[in-house]
Design a protein around this ligand. Sequence first.
Ligand SMILES: [Zn+2]
Length: 488
Amino acid sequence: MRVYVLDTTLRDGEQTPGVSLSPEEKLQIAKALDDLGVDYIEAGSAATSPGEAEGIKRIANEGLRAKILSFSRVMEKDVDLCRRCDVDGLFLVAPTSEGHIRAKLQTTPSEFLERISGVVEYAKSSGLCVDLCCEDGSRTDIDYMKRILDRVGDQIDRFTIADTVGAGSPELMAGYFQQLSRYKKLPYGVHCHDDLGLAVANTIASVKAGANTVNVTINGLGERAGNAPLEEVVSALDILYGYNTSIKTERLYKVSKLVEELTGVAVQANKALVGKNAFTHESGIHVDGLLKNTSTYEFVKPEYVGRKRVFMFGKHVGGKGLKAVMDGLGIQVNEDQFKRIFREIKSMGDRGKTITDADLLAIIDQVRGEKRKKFIEIVELRSESGNKIKPHATVVMRVGGKRTRESAEGDGPVDAAINAIMKAVGRKNIRLEEYHVDAITGGTDAGVSVQVKMRAGDKVITASGINTDIVMASVQAIVNGINYLVGG
Ligand SMILES: [Zn+2]
């Protein structure tokens, strides 16, 4: 059976505390969602601000395959604002619980029903499709929903129940859809929040009970604890329950990273499917099993969401895992050297250090008694930033034995320093793919650890730097990475 995906990253997701997207950023995400294959994009709320309306209008006129909706309150002036944005339809949100109607709207359920009916008629006569959503639906008397269906059921295009405060259980949500889908044949949608961590379970229970459209956000963004995450709902519906969606799951990770970058809301490391650790294996036993058969400790294949399996080093590493990684890097050592490398990794892990590729290569060099020639070395570095200057940096370096000096500007002192180094190195094929900072402890004098992932052609390497100065920690990580990328 086909399930339709309504993505609300750009509306409910944008209501995440601290998140505000520009019209350009919204368009970029909308295009990515369209490529991903979502059926509906709730692009924002036209009544919020002129800038928001402009953003929605641009998305609506982009010629995307997905249908574009705007959030609307039960008000004719909201409908007008949405229509001016050229959207296909409304996500018309009507508070339906007794508490919301009396406290928030200060009216009665009967009077409000009149208003709903009037606005639905107005919207339909404007040529808009209407997805009528019961706000606080999970605390709404089902008889009131039936009254709404009696009144406007033949006019609306879909009837959605929102578990707005995350108060629903799978059984409660399923109960609504079982009863309503028997009461009136109509497309039903479900919109769940994650206040008790049940958004995915509630969404799936609703689909099994008769809902055919799921409201979701990328990375589970949304107010408070967030909405049901698109990646989890779609993958579970597909893998465990055999429902079809039009989502190209192998694009999920890319879209997750884009949304993480543009919203600035970091995805937790242990988040299902898209978290940093979701396909990372450290423990020796697990790696051993995986090398025999990947299904032993991996139920979902990393390729399913467009990712690769990662083996991590630390105190849990096993001999076979280490051997596999070294084989992958084309490194051969004798048995005694292998034992010493293995011991050194365990001991670094015991000291709580994350071991990057550059660390591993340094250990191997040390055990083999080899001194790697450094391709680049920093002689002097200055970087400056402030409220009245454009951040800039000057670096004096030895590159391949030759002394060179370069300056560059950047978005901040770190960016400027890295730009200056990259200019001095002068190799256009070297790219910084990931940059990650951790403060080691609390205060402003705390040490910071910077981890980078760099690429030169097919060769990828991770490296790190630790310093109390964030610019220097970043520079160390980059220099380390470049030396191992270029040095062989
Ligand atoms: Zn919501």
